[in-house]
Design a protein around this ligand. Structure first.
Ligand code: KIV
Length: 274
């Protein structure tokens, strides 16, 4: 998928699917699936590093994970979050951060909010860097928002989100993530914008959906309640680990066929027969 393909998702009946990816192995699985785009989200601070919120994600951390994902991404679009404050210290430092993330393998960048960093978004889009906006529940603002709550419930909050969404479009963003807003507000914003709106916890009326991969696989123990789990990953992984543990303890593993040298000998013998 390319940036221009995102616009085709404005057609009725088409939807974009996006998942987070933070490492090579999971990205290679997502790359082999039908999912359209991979987001190296700053949620990796919580999901990969066990932090309480996303504020501890740094440019270095995002670059390292972006590089791992990019190595596995195949043709999938890789979008990376600009982490907390990396785009709030002026255009120069923001461009340095953007450079590091793009050189690590990002093809587009996602920034939370808009007020106070319009100049950065304009410079990024003007430099040919595709920018995805992120409004509604913006986790980098968690302390100001007073926790992880649905945004835009009252008239003033809804008006602010609509204004900001239009502003992001004007500044050249190619898409918008709308997180945890009422479904009707998401429908209105989606209907107003020309660029696709990708929802998370924002109901069914957007142009697509994004989820944290470890949430949808049932692997992360702190997934939000709106997430649909497509498998019970924690139970599956725990069962595999317990099977390994009991086979090691019983002596069933490694068996004769598992012995690396035996396997290598057989492979070499097979090759010699060719
Ligand atoms: O960081 C992240 O994973 C995100 C998604 C939840 C949209 O921003």
């Amino acid at each position: 998928m390319r940036i221009k393909d995102f616009y085709s998702y404005r057609k009725p009946g088409r939807r974009v699917s996006m998942v987070t990816a933070y490492d090579y192995t999971m990205a290679s699985l997502a790359a082999a699936s039908g999912v359209d785009a991979l987001l190296v989200g700053d949620s990796l601070a919580m999901v990969m590093h066990g932090m309480e919120n996303t504020l501890t994600a740094s440019v270095g951390m995002m670059s390292l994970h972006t590089a791992a994902v990019a190595r596995a991404a195949g043709g999938k679009l890789v979008i990376t979050d600009m982490p907390f404050l990396s785009f709030r210290k002026g255009v120069g430092p923001a461009m340095d951060a953007a450079e590091e993330l793009m050189k690590a393998g990002a093809q587009a960048l996602k920034l939370e909010g808009v007020d106070g960093h319009e100049d950065v978004i304009e410079r990024l889009t003007g430099s040919g860097i595709p920018v995805m906006g992120h409004l509604g529940l913006t986790p980098q603002y968690v302390h100001g928002l007073g926790g992880y709550r649905v945004q835009g419930r009252d008239a003033a909050g809804a008006a602010q989100i609509k204004r900001q969404a239009l502003r992001l479009q004007e500044l050249g963003c190619f898409a918008l993530v709308l997180e945890c807003v009422p479904a009707e507000l998401a429908r209105e914003v989606t209907g107003t914008l020309r660029v696709p709106v990708i929802g998370i916890g924002a109901g069914p009326h957007t142009d697509g959906q994004v989820l944290v991969l470890q949430d949808l696989l049932g692997l992360y123990d702190k997934a939000p309640s709106f997430v649909r789990k497509y498998m019970d990953g924690r139970a599956a992984v725990t069962a595999a680990l317990n099977a390994f543990d009991s086979e090691v303890k019983s002596g069933a593993f490694p068996g004769k066929d598992d012995h690396e040298n035996d396997k290598r000998d057989k492979e070499l013998a097979g090759a010699a027969r060719l």
